[in-house]
Design a protein around this ligand. Structure first.
Ligand SMILES: CC(C)(COP(=O)(O)OP(=O)(O)OC[C@H]1O[C@@H](n2cnc3c(N)ncnc32)[C@H](O)[C@@H]1OP(=O)(O)O)[C@@H](O)C(=O)NCCC(=O)NCCS
Length: 160
C-alpha cells in the first residue's frame, strides 16, 4: 500500500452492524467504563443518528446521537487516540449538529465529565453552554463523578 493511500482523508458515513467490533475496540481503549457491544447494537436498532469516521476502510471514530420530541442528545463522540487533535472530533460534531438541525431538533444536549477538559473545550468552542450538573452521574474508580450538562440552541428563537 502506498503512503498516499495510507494517508487517505477520513470520511464520515452511517454506522453499520459490522463496525461494532472495531468501534468497541476504540471505545475500550478510550474509556475506563466503556459501552458494551450490546449498547452500540441497541443504538443502531433504535435508529439513532450513528456515524463512523472511516479511514482506509477502517473505523477510526464514531458518534451517537438520539433525537426525540424536538431534542437531540449527544450520547457518544470518540476518536482513535492517534488522530486526536487534528480537527476530526470537531468535524464529527459539526456533522451531528447539522443532522440534528436538519432533523428538526430545537436544541442538542450532552453530558461530559468535569475532568474531560479537551471535550469541554471542544463543546464550548462549538457553541454549547453549561446549564447544570447531574450529581454522581458517571461511574468512577472511587465513588462516582458528576456530569456537566451542556446545551446548544439550534434555532435562535428556541429557549433552553
Ligand atoms: C473529544 C474528542 C472527540 C475531540 O476530538 P479531536 O479530534 O481530538 O479534537 P479536535 O482536533 O477537533 O479539536 C477541537 C477542539 O477540541 C479541543 N481540544 C482537542 N484536543 C485538546 C487537548 N488535548 N487539550 C485541550 N483541548 C483540546 C480544543 O478546543 C480544540 O480546538 P482548537 O483546535 O481550536 O484548539 C477526542 O479528543 C476524543 O475522542 N476523546 C476521547 C473520547 C471523549 O472524551 N469523548 C467525549 C466524551 S463527552
Amino acid at each position: 500500500m502506498s503512503a498516499a493511500v495510507e494517508n487517505m482523508t477520513p470520511r464520515i458515513r452511517p454506522m453499520r452492524q459490522t463496525d461494532i467490533p472495531a468501534i468497541s475496540g476504540i471505545e475500550r481503549a478510550t474509556y475506563d467504563f466503556p459501552w458494551t457491544e450490546t449498547i452500540f447494537r441497541d443504538c443502531l436498532l433504535a435508529g439513532y443518528t450513528n456515524i463512523v469516521l472511516e479511514q482506509n476502510g477502517v473505523p477510526v471514530g464514531y458518534g451517537v446521537m438520539s433525537m426525540a420530541a424536538g431534542e437531540a442528545h449527544l450520547l457518544n463522540l470518540c476518536l482513535v487516540q492517534a488522530l486526536r487533535g487534528g480537527g476530526h472530533g470537531r468535524n464529527m460534531l459539526v456533522h451531528l449538529v447539522e443532522g440534528a438541525r436538519q432533523g428538526g431538533a430545537e436544541r442538542i444536549y450532552l453530558e461530559v465529565r468535569p475532568s474531560n477538559k479537551s471535550a469541554l473545550s471542544l463543546y464550548r468552542k462549538m457553541g454549547f453552554h453549561v446549564i447544570g450538573r447531574r450529581k454522581d452521574y458517571y461511574r468512577a474508580h472511587i465513588g462516582r463523578e458528576d456530569a456537566i450538562v451542556l446545551v446548544q440552541q439550534l434555532f435562535p428563537d428556541s429557549e433552553s
